[in-house]
Design a protein around this ligand. Structure first.
Ligand code: HSE
Length: 336
């Protein structure tokens, strides 16, 4: 299966490492032979239609900070040149999420769809801003659009609600979908000020380059848009979410909640309205997870409430969700 990889940051590199370390069993168990034919980062690209050397890609990135130096005869192809000209079955989009205009991911995805490529996106921007029209475009071009890694990282939240709960009617759901703010709120509950908790989260590398995406609830809102469209069949985008972040949560608020045996968590919920805001959650509620963990509780008509808990981010975890999507595409296309 020929793959174009957009972006070569933590997730892209983890994916390539995963392909490399699992190549034998992926072929033996699933008949999957991923062949990465083009990769680009913000500084340049590497191409080889017979398949790039995965170890060399990672080494090049480590040594030069870009994959531009992959081969001595450097190519001048931009990411878009690659998408427009290389032959591939799947495009994997891992560039940074942007909630202003969703670029450059949006152009990567729409261009590849028009060329008949299946899409796996862990970039939330295009889905958050244009989920309904992207699904239509995928249908029109007869390609698959997969995005398991956008919600819950490696934790299969979307698959659980869509597949495991098939036939059920999900009435509502509520979740902690942003690990960074959960880590900050947990540390504030342990006595740290907002500023110190934020600094600690930054030192640990949890906070997005644009901290507002975490702190103002945009990342959680984007995940809520994806869930609402995919699980509830709503046709909504970012402006439909009522969104409040955690900047105004004080240590005093947290202490008051603790007296009622509650913790304050940034909750993304779908229950008539779509909302992201800090809420008091009972410490006995399975949803009340700490640190960087994510959790989501789905309430269904007949089977009650179930809560899924897991890591919501991480390079290898997210790479593992891309692999799940790739196996689905492989299975679907081998049926045709
Ligand atoms: N900034 C996100 C989080 C990363 O903290 O959960 C995963 O989308």
């Amino acid at each position: 299966m020929r793959i174009i990889l957009c972006g070569f940051g933590v997730v892209g590199q983890s994916l390539v490492k995963l392909f490399n370390s699992r190549s034998e069993d992926l072929y033996a168990k699933y008949g999957l032979k991923p062949r990465v034919v083009g990769v680009f980062d913000s500084k340049g690209s590497a191409i080889d239609s017979s398949g790039l050397d995965l170890e060399k890609l990672v080494e090049t990135k480590k040594k030069f900070g870009t994959i531009k130096n992959y081969s001595i005869t450097k190519n001048n192809w931009s990411g878009l040149d690659i998408i427009k000209n290389l032959e591939a079955e799947v495009l994997i989009e891992t560039t940074a999420s942007n909630y202003k205009d969703a670029e450059p991911g949006m152009t990567h995805i729409t261009t590849a769809m028009k060329r008949g490529m299946h899409i796996i996106s862990v970039n939330k921007g295009p889905l958050a801003l244009a989920f309904p029209s992207l699904l239509e475009l995928a249908k029109y071009n007869q390609v698959m659009l997969k995005f398991s890694g956008t919600v819950g990282g490696g934790t299969p939240i979307l698959d659980y609600a869509k597949e495991s709960l098939r036939g059920e009617r999900i009435i509502s759901f509520a979740g902690i979908l942003n690990g960074t703010t959960n880590y900050i709120l947990t540390n504030m509950a342990n006595g740290l000020s907002f500023e110190s908790a934020l600094k600690d989260a930054k030192d640990k590398g949890y906070v997005e380059a644009d901290e507002s995406l975490d702190l103002d609830g945009l990342d959680a809102a984007a995940k809520l848009v994806i869930l609402a469209n995919w699980i509830m069949g709503m046709k909504v985008t970012m402006p439909d979410i009522k969104c409040t972040g955690i900047r105004k949560v004080t240590n005093d608020d947290i202490k008051k909640a603790a007296m009622k045996k509650c913790a304050i968590k940034l909750i993304a919920s779908c229950n008539k309205t779509l909302e992201v805001s800090p809420k008091e959650v009972s410490i006995d509620d399975p949803l009340c997870v700490n640190g960087t963990l994510n959790a989501i509780a789905f309430t269904s008509e007949h089977s009650g409430t179930q809560t899924i808990i897991g890591k919501g981010a991480g390079g290898m975890e997210t790479a593992s969700s891309i692999l799940r999507d790739l196996l689905d595409i492989r299975q679907e296309t081998s049926r045709i």
